[in-house]
Design a protein around this ligand. Structure first.
Ligand code: 5AD
Ligand code: SF4
Length: 436
């Protein structure tokens, strides 16, 4: 969502005459779009700010902090970080050209006026702003913004405000333009994407309508909440040839007491039943998840329930996080963050080890098959290799000498090797396992 928001910001600034540079030494303005979801995202921003301080000592520079941290830490960032000139929360990007212009002017006059726009809106969806897209293969499209779920650990409802959905006509028009520009894939975004609702439109109808747009070969969506999976949505995923066979289904915990404290509104049994419904519709749907361990008061026995459910469900992949207390949240106000850091770390390591084994087993089952891949471009590690994703969102890497391809092509790739995270069209030398 932040990448998408940066594309919106680029578009809003370009149309007011701002020009972009990749070279930060040449920039008059440096903006950071920030995330507040966990402590480490937060720390990254402070370390970048420290870098910018050195630059700002040498020459005039306007520094802006955008996004969730701007929203959540307005006092701290303005009072204790004299370096920051402009703050703009996720609903305030339309004001950014004005804020930056006045910050530049104020600096030229030797003044130090801060520009602050952090009001949340019940309506802002940036419906009329065409994002300035980077990638040539996948286009992000936010269909809704904000979240009303108030999971007790989560800062999003405070930084991104109330849920609001975009008009489906605008979304479908945007998807048509995206297809005309040559993008092959659309990823529909929302903090709580499957609670999309606009008049008589729900998410299943929207997903199908976008997948029907001619030229769009693959549609993905992220992130859904397990509470909003009506049969029509499952059927759209299982049945529509252009909807990817991948569902990211955040589980968070396998313990009913912890799920209750987290305000997740489902039980271990209900979650498992949803997984079974998905798999009975189509056994090849790839399931991935998010898990938090070390949430307030989580006992060893409750962690063991999460471990067992992860082992039982056998997700294809899982993002596993240590609980990180966030200001303003229900958990920060009501429950002590009482699981010691080493215990959190140990639980995360146990889950990561389990998941790596399961991911590796899943991936090994592709060896000897041929998968259809949407090509993204050069692999991170070598220009002589390319990478892309399967329909189920699994990363595939191959040597260019074996398969010639351009970003945006669909190519069949025979799989000869697999790590926990990647499928390969070549056998890797022994000992390379941990590299990927
Ligand atoms: N601590 C740890 N993980 C968190 N997430 C959200 N808030 C927190 C937090 N305070 C995780 C959840 C969510 C994912 C996007 O980030 O697992 O699904
Ligand atoms: Fe946060 Fe829960 Fe909303 Fe997801 S559904 S954004 S975890 S409050």
């Amino acid at each position: 969502m932040n990448e998408y928001d940066s594309e919106l910001v680029r578009s809003l600034l370009k149309r007011e005459g701002f020009v972009f540079t990749e070279d930060r030494e040449r920039a008059d303005v440096i903006l950071m779009n920030t995330c507040a979801i966990r402590e480490n995202a937060h720390n990254k921003v402070y370390s970048h700010l420290a870098d910018l301080k050195a630059i700002k000592k040498q020459r005039p520079l306007v520094v802006g902090v955008l996004g969730c941290m701007a929203q959540n830490l307005k006092e701290e960032l303005t009072e204790h970080q004299p370096l920051v000139d402009v703050l703009a929360g996720p609903d305030a990007y339309r004001q950014l050209p004005m804020l930056l212009t006045s910050a530049i002017q104020s600096q030229e006059q030797g003044l130090d006026r801060k520009g602050l726009a952090v009001d949340l809106s019940e309506y802002e969806t940036y419906d009329d702003v065409v994002p300035e897209r980077n990638d040539g293969v996948n286009a992000w499209v936010a269909v809704m913004r904000g979240c009303d779920n108030f999971c007790s650990f989560c800062v999003v409802p405070y930084t991104r405000g109330r849920e609001r959905s975009r008009d489906p006509d605008g979304i479908i028009r945007e998807a048509q333009q995206i297809a005309a520009q040559g993008f092959k894939q659309v990823t529909l975004l929302g903090q709580n994407v499957n609670s999309y609702r606009h008049g008589s439109w729900d998410f299943a109808r929207l997903l199908t309508a976008v997948a029907d747009v001619s030229g769009i070969e693959r549609v993905r969506f992220t992130s859904p909440h397990p509470k909003d999976f009506p049969t029509a949505l499952l059927e759209a995923v299982a049945g529509h040839p252009h909807v990817c066979k991948h569902i990211h289904l955040p589980m968070q915990s396998g313990s009913d007491r912890i799920l209750g404290l987290m305000n997740r509104s489902y039980t271990n049994r209900e979650y498992r039943a949803l997984v079974n419904r998905i798999r009975s519709l189509r056994s090849d749907i790839v399931l991935t998840t998010d898990i938090i361990s070390g949430f307030c008061s989580e006992t060893d026995a409750e962690f063991a329930e999460t471990y067992r459910l992860t082992e039982e469900i056998r997700f294809h992949n899982a993002f596993i996080f240590k609980y990180s207390e966030r200001k303003h949240t229900i958990a920060a106000r009501k429950f002590p963050d009482d699981i010691a850091e080493p215990v959190k770390a140990e639980r995360v390591t146990k889950l990561v080890d389990l998941q790596r084994r399961i991911s590796h087993e899943h991936n090994r089952s592709y060896i000897g098959t041929t998968v259809a891949v949407l090509v993204e471009g050069s692999s991170k590690r070598s220009d002589s290799q390319s990478t892309g994703k399967t329909d189920g969102n699994i990363t595939v890497v191959w040597d260019n000498s074996l398969i010639q391809s351009q970003p945006g092509d669909f190519v069949p790739v025979p799989i000869l090797d697999a790590s926990a995270s990647t499928l390969f069209a070549h056998r890797r030398p022994q000992g390379q396992e941990i590299l990927f």
